[in-house]
Ligand binder design. Structure first.
Ligand code: HEM
Ligand code: HEM
Length: 176
């Protein structure tokens, strides 16, 4: 649906989900890195919000994927060079992949560490395996994927600024 010419802006549900997920990542990413840096007495609270908001990102991304498949996606702004349009589409698709994969890796880490997820201490999430030695390896992948997410965010914001400052087109208003 990336090349649909009719839609001039993203569906309001997609816009809401876009900014909600962006806001959550603003907390989930720093809280993730903080876990190894904070003292033991605050670790639990940092870990609680990281894990639960992180899993919320996963649920919202599932919903967002479903909305995206059912709604029209605006084509790149007129005059956007083909390379920039392709890079934008790739950037958006990779966001969907990593923002679904990363919470799953986090969830697998909690299982492997022997702390199966109970979402916000309310909803137990089925755990595929118990405590295992693979925890460190899964966490290492979780760590590297977090850096991929950060890199995609930097690229994405540069893209938004490129449209706003260099091309001066209406790209930003389609997501507001
Ligand atoms: C998009 C969502 C997420 C992002 C960007 C993210 C990012 C991170 C980052 C950057 C770290 C630090 C890694 C390190 O220092 O080695 C981390 C650690 C961790 N994350 Fe996530 N995470 C996400 C979701 C989740 C979810 C959903 C869970 C669990 C259900 C989770 C569980 C963990 C655990 C258990 C750790 C290790 C804590 C420790 O060091 O004791 N993460 N995460
Ligand atoms: C930080 C986390 C962010 C993530 C994960 C993210 C993700 C995405 C994704 C996946 C899309 C494609 C639309 C969709 O299919 O849902 C998109 C579009 C867009 N985002 Fe973001 N975004 C983030 C932050 C931002 C920020 C900070 C800005 C503004 C500076 C921004 C501006 C836009 C604009 C203008 C579009 C429309 C692009 C186009 O139509 O080509 N985003 N974003």
């Amino acid at each position: 649906m990336d090349t649909d010419q009719q839609a001039r802006r993203y569906h309001p549900a997609l816009v809401t989900l876009h900014w909600l997920v962006a806001l959550l990542l603003f907390f989930v990413l720093p809280l993730g890195f903080l876990q190894k840096l904070v003292k033991d007495n605050v670790y639990d609270v940092v870990n609680f919000w990281h894990v639960n908001l992180g899993f919320t990102v996963f649920l919202l991304m599932l919903l967002r994927l479903s909305v995206r498949r059912r709604t029209q996606i605006p084509a790149s702004a007129a005059g956007t060079p083909a390379w920039a349009a392709r890079l934008g589409i790739l950037n958006h698709r990779l966001f969907y992949v990593v923002l679904l994969v990363e919470p799953i890796l986090g969830y697998l880490t909690t299982n492997a560490q022997g702390y199966p997820l109970v979402w916000f201490d309310l909803i137990p999430i089925w755990s595929p395996f118990g405590k295992t030695d693979a925890a460190d390896a899964i966490l290492a992948i979780h760590f590297y994927v977090a850096w991929v997410i950060l890199a995609l965010i930097v690229l994405h914001v540069c893209g938004a600024l490129y449209h706003r400052i260099v091309r001066r087109d209406d790209t930003l208003s389609r997501m507001t």
